[in-house]
Design a protein around this ligand. Sequence first.
Ligand SMILES: [Zn+2]
Length: 280
Amino acid sequence: MKIKNHRLYRDDDSPYPYQRSPNGGGTIDTRYLVIHFTAGGSAEQSVTWLSNPLAQASAHLVIGRDGKITQLMPFNQKAWHAGSSSWNGLTSLNSHSIGIELDNAGLLKKSQGKWKSWFGRTYPDDEVLVARHRYRLEESGWHTYTPEQLEVALEVSALLVRKYDLRDVLGHDDISPFRKVDPGPAFPMSSFRSRVMGRVEDEPDIYETITALNIRQGPGITYPSIENSPLPAKTRLEILDTNQIWKFVDVLDPVNKVSGLQGWLHGNFIRLKEEAHANG
Ligand SMILES: [Zn+2]
């Protein structure tokens, strides 16, 4: 797929279905991609509703459970998908993001032994994930996404991130915490985000130690240092995992002629290494 004049096309130059929504318009300063679920019964119903002035809502794309994409707004114009929202010092994310709606019934409740959506449809157990949303105390049912839908979402998201130089992929629940729960626990946000962003920039961030620094077997000072600890200042690192302020790192430089060290160190004593544009 490709983007021409802020519209989505297939590789053979045929356009994806396009139905301009009246709910939006005006230019945006695009920084983020925001993922939603429709909480609806079908992609067609959601496209119809998001094209209705009464909805006062829209999105740039709706992706069906079969992976069918419909575009409702050019990517350089504002769609009303985020509502009251904030992220990283920005507010009203409609003015700063592209919104993708995934056809999904959303939160499901058990009633007489069956999982039911808010609009009364029942769902088989194999389409339901039982999980607790991070803003909720109780577990509930969440309609799962289909592999076809996630694959298409991944492809179009990577394209949008590359084309519009987007900084991150966010959930509606990230930018409107407590008010919104979509795309919810059934959406694999962490792997989706890393795959989308990873396709864009394959180079991991490189860090370096600020000072000579102990490297340990676990995330805390009670864990013993590993052999060849401490690392000298300016040792280059890649962060593989995080436990609060402790970072599990891959040591990129040999230490005492030993390569491939891995272990935990305190995150206050490392910094992002400035990119070196010239070698030597
Ligand atoms: Zn939403």
